[in-house]
Design a protein around this ligand. Structure first.
Ligand code: ADP
Ligand code: ZN
Ligand code: MG
Length: 464
């Protein structure tokens, strides 16, 4: 049996203000119903004014998803009655969306994107213990893009991978925080099964607030539909809600149709025109996207795929790596230090990547790589540098941590060791080679472990 999945994703845009008024778009955690104004509350006589930045972010996302952007799109009213929507309609885009015909590649499979459109968010209902709900309208009017895929996804695991990849792209271009737990990125998943090339009847699952939940909910629904079809039952076209605690999807409502929403053009907003020059300006401003970066890193740095995946996961880490390698062009060494030590230290509460510049980090990696300080010392310096204001160079110099490779200095210390350990020297000269290790140990304790061990061995053997 063939599984087909299509996703409808809502991503909150990181604008300062809401889509059609001056209220802050940063509603999270605020006192309920304090982040509103007459416009987003839908008071009679108010008019929406479109937020240009939201359009720019929408275009940016659409371009990153390889979409075409028609010169003209328009806003429509989607009518429905629910207490989280004070106007009684949501301003959205229906038949002329901001962007169409995109795609995103996931593990070699091309997932087509049908459309990307702009719309405003609704408020939140908080279902209280007892038989009532509270309404919080702080989120009403926050700008969203809705991204709709074609039914090109073939497994629940691929749906999850798509969401992860999408989130990564949206974060790289800095239009969405991608936080599924806070609802900044939400996903409704449509799924159907069929025995042939025809699409089967789909169901829609909502309320997944993690990547894991997307995968789990679709696995659940895939199993349920398979069982039903195997038993000769019909799958009803319904909307289900995912319960992450019980790991089950429950019926929310029977499917609504577009005509139920009585869509019509928003009379208070003129059609939206995106001129070619602005579109190109936005395109030019896009950063290198994760796929391009991965490819370039493989060519330029010759890193293993695993390293590339880990280090390009977010843009900040990737940029840090690139800037470090620009200072010390030993990509695999830098990668090893970042993936093991920097990532370990970053988990400490006081650690900040900003505490050590890429130049300073490159200095430390090179020092260790050249054997000027030993690896354990370098790890300690690294931890201290990332968790304090001090730079690696300051720490190394203040504490005199650099390895002594000055032969004159080592020789001087070796002379001391020889005069202080006459018995051992005698033993060695009588053929007990093991004593050499002891003498080197003495030298190390005199130099606090900083003498270059290879040089020390060489000089010591010569003297004896
Ligand atoms: P509706 O009109 O029911 O909203 P759409 O055609 O608008 O359906 O598609 C909504 C989402 O559902 C899209 O992501 C689409 O890819 C997906 N989809 C459509 N038909 C199916 C199907 N038979 N099985 C799985 N997903 C589907
Ligand atoms: Zn407002
Ligand atoms: Mg639809």
């Amino acid at each position: 049996m063939r599984t087909v999945i299509g996703l409808e994703i809502h991503a909150q845009l990181l604008t300062d203000t809401k889509l059609f008024c001056d209220c802050s778009a940063d509603y999270f955690g605020k006192e309920p119903n304090t982040n509103t104004c007459p416009v987003c509350l839908g008071m009679p006589g108010t008019l929406p004014v479109l937020n240009e930045r939201a359009v720019e972010y929408g275009v940016r996302a659409a371009l990153a998803l390889n979409c075409e952007i028609p010169e003209r799109s328009k806003f429509d009213r989607k009518n429905y009655f629910y207490p989280d929507l004070p106007k009684g309609y949501q301003i959205s885009q229906f038949d002329e969306p901001l962007a169409v015909h995109g795609h995103l590649e996931v593990n070699g499979n091309v997932i087509r994107i049908r459309r990307v459109h702009l719309e405003e968010d609704a408020g939140k209902l908080i279902h209280q213990a007892g038989n009532y709900s509270s309404v919080d309208l702080n989120r009403v009017g926050v700008p969203l893009i809705e991204i709709v895929t074609e039914p090109d996804i073939q497994t629940p695991e691929e749906a999850r991978a798509f969401m992860e990849k999408l989130r990564q792209a949206l974060r790289y271009i800095e239009v969405c925080s991608g936080d599924m737990e806070k609802g900044s990125l939400r996903c409704d998943a449509n799924i159907s099964l069929s025995e042939d090339d025809e699409l089967g009847t789909k169901t829609e699952v909502k309320n997944m607030n993690s990547f894991r939940a997307v995968e789990k909910a679709l696995q659940f629904e895939q199993k349920r539909q398979k069982r039903a079809l195997n038993e000769g039952e019909k799958v009803e076209q319904v909307t289900l809600g995912w319960n992450a605690d019980k790991e089950e999807a429950k019926l929310m409502r029977s499917k609504e149709e577009a005509h139920d929403y009585r869509y019509f053009p928003e009379p208070d907003l003129v059609p939206l025109k995106i001129d070619e020059a602005w579109k190109e300006e936005i395109r030019e401003g896009l950063p290198e996207l994760p796929d391009e970066k991965r490819e370039r890193w493989a060519d330029e740095y010759g890193l293993p795929e695993y390293d590339i995946d880990v280090l390009t996961e977010d843009k900040k880490t990737a940029t840090y790596f690139e800037e470090t390698v620009a200072e010390y062009s030993s990509p695999k060494t830098v990668s090893n230090w970042m993936m093991s030590e920097v990532f370990r230290v970053m988990k400490l509460p006081e650690a900040e990547l900003e505490n050590v510049t890429p130049t300073e980090f490159a200095y430390l990696v090179k020092l260790a790589d050249d054997g000027e300080i030993n690896n354990n010392t370098a790890k300690e310096v690294l931890e201290e540098a990332f968790t304090s204001e001090d730079s690696p160079k300051d720490i190394v110099e203040e504490r005199g941590l650099k390895r002594i490779s000055d032969e004159g200095l080592i020789e001087e210390k070796i002379e001391e060791v020889i005069t202080e350990n006459e018995d051992a020297v005698e033993d060695y000269r009588n053929g007990n080679e093991k004593v050499l290790g002891f003498l080197i140990g003495q030298l190390m304790s005199k130099t606090k472990g900083k003498a270059d061990p290879n040089k020390a061995r060489e000089i010591l053997q010569e003297k004896l």
